[in-house]
Design a protein around this ligand. Structure first.
Ligand code: SF4
Ligand code: FES
Length: 205
């Protein structure tokens, strides 16, 4: 997201109401800043740009016969713009678009990093724990699939990073370094965490 504090404020009309927004942003960025909600799936406020694929952010710009549909995440905001973010037509368009997206997405997708990892470690889960400072939980997720994270954190060629979606934006998440850090943290503890061993005498398992 661009630093916006130095952008000048400009006047636009949104849903019939005049308001001030920051200039030099897309319609989506500018209106989100002002708490005007526009549905969007392929843009996040932390990103510089979206890939413009989901199509949910479509808004109407202009008035009367000059009204046209634009993607809010792709269209720069301009002084005096008249923008409609919500109308029966937009609502039904977004509904159809969402149905199209969901028609081949069963919400069962696995992150490409996990698919690529030969040990199939739940990378998203341990990155989340690590980001939250819960190193012990991160370590347990890693060791659930890989008993040698200290070694793998050094020798694994980390194919997961080559597949990381962040490559589409800038650079991959440093997955391997996070794993190594967590593994080293564990080894520095008085009692490194050991997964519970399976009792092979217990025939119920
Ligand atoms: S952003 Fe990268 S590390 Fe995170 S889940 Fe997606 S592919 Fe994996
Ligand atoms: S947010 Fe997805 S197309 Fe604009």
């Amino acid at each position: 997201m661009k630093a916006i504090t130095k952008n000048k404020r400009i006047k636009v009309i949104v849903n019939g109401r005049e308001m001030e927004v920051y200039d030099n942003l897309t319609i989506l960025q500018a209106l989100l800043q002002e708490d005007v909600h526009i549905p969007h799936l392929c843009y996040d406020i932390r990103l510089e740009r979206s890939n413009g694929n989901c199509g949910l952010c479509v808004v109407e710009v202009g008035e009367g016969d000059a009204k046209r549909d634009v993607k809010a995440c792709q269209t720069p905001i301009q002084e005096g713009m008249v923008i409609t973010t919500n109308s029966p037509k937009l609502k039904s368009y977004r509904k159809v678009r969402l149905e199209q997206i969901l028609s081949d997405h069963n919400a069962d997708c696995v992150a490409p990093c996990v698919m690529t990892c030969p040990a199939n470690i739940d990378i998203q889960a341990y990155l989340r724990h690590a980001a939250n400072g819960n190193f012990s939980a991160a370590l347990q997720v890693i060791k659930d699939r890989n008993p040698f994270p200290v070694t793998c954190g050094r020798v694994c060629p980390h194919p997961c990073e080559a597949q990381c979606r962040r490559n589409l934006v800038d650079s991959p998440v440093a997955i391997n370094h996070v794993k190594r850090f967590i593994a080293d943290w564990d080894m520095a503890q008085e009692e490194p965490w050991l997964p519970k061993k399976k009792d092979y005498n217990d025939t119920r398992n």
